[in-house]
Design a binder for this molecule. Sequence first.
Ligand SMILES: C[S@@+](CC[C@H](N)C(=O)[O-])C[C@H]1O[C@@H](n2cnc3c(N)ncnc32)[C@H](O)[C@@H]1O
Length: 264
Amino acid sequence: MSGFDKEWLRLREPADRAARSSSLVETVKTYIESHSPRVVMDIGCGTGSTFRTLSPLLADVDWRLLDYEAVLLDEAKRQIGPRDDVSFHCADLNTLDESLLENVAVVTASALFDLCSEDFCRRFIQRLARKKIGLYAALNYDGVMEWSIKHPLDSAVVADFNAHQRKDKGFGPALGPDATDYLSGLCEEAGFSIETASSPWELGPESEALQIEFLAGLATPIHEIGNIDPAEFKQWLDFRLSRVGIDGSRCIVGHTDFLALPNA
Ligand SMILES: C[S@@+](CC[C@H](N)C(=O)[O-])C[C@H]1O[C@@H](n2cnc3c(N)ncnc32)[C@H](O)[C@@H]1O
């Protein structure tokens, strides 16, 4: 169980779409359109956010959507509806069947690689390099969390959240904020051309519900790390929640988009 629920994925989808680097989307689109057959596999697809963002921009693509959470995949199926050009695969990436990568031009992912471990990434990139498959991994959390209205506990909360991001999320110790740098090193070594771009959430009053859910979601990681007194954390959380949606209050959550394309 990954613990991501469909309501959380629904809330973050518009912020993710606004945050993605349009320049990387343009490059990946040009690359896919130069391919035949045009097959894209979205790994850790959740309810299909990446498909919904990219598919309107891409003609004649066959999509493979993969996730190991049946509930999320069912929701993706429900939202996307029956289509000849989309197939759904309930599978664990740790034991990915090689045949699913057959004919794939590009693997896409969003908000996934910060959950992955060094070991998983090394093995996965080796497979992509052998098969000359590109990787477009958007929205990897980069460790930055900032608020326009400051609080003395902010930096302690961010440090503990980032420490928690490095704990095992089902692939071994997670890369967390180091995901993009690690992928860049691996892919350069494997002979890919790399592009990265910053894709932060910049959340204001228009994304009140997302901010409330995001703040509430910090409680478990902070308590699990255990450095901050629970009463102090509660005061911080109450302060943060009370500032959501007020004029001039903004929250930045940093991400990086990553693109690796095989050299011809
Ligand atoms: C943060 S969510 C992102 C979902 C979607 N890409 C999006 O942007 O809305 C991470 C997704 O990766 C999936 N996931 C995590 N570990 C996985 C694994 N070992 N195999 C397959 N999917 C996995 C989760 O079920 C979840 O849907």
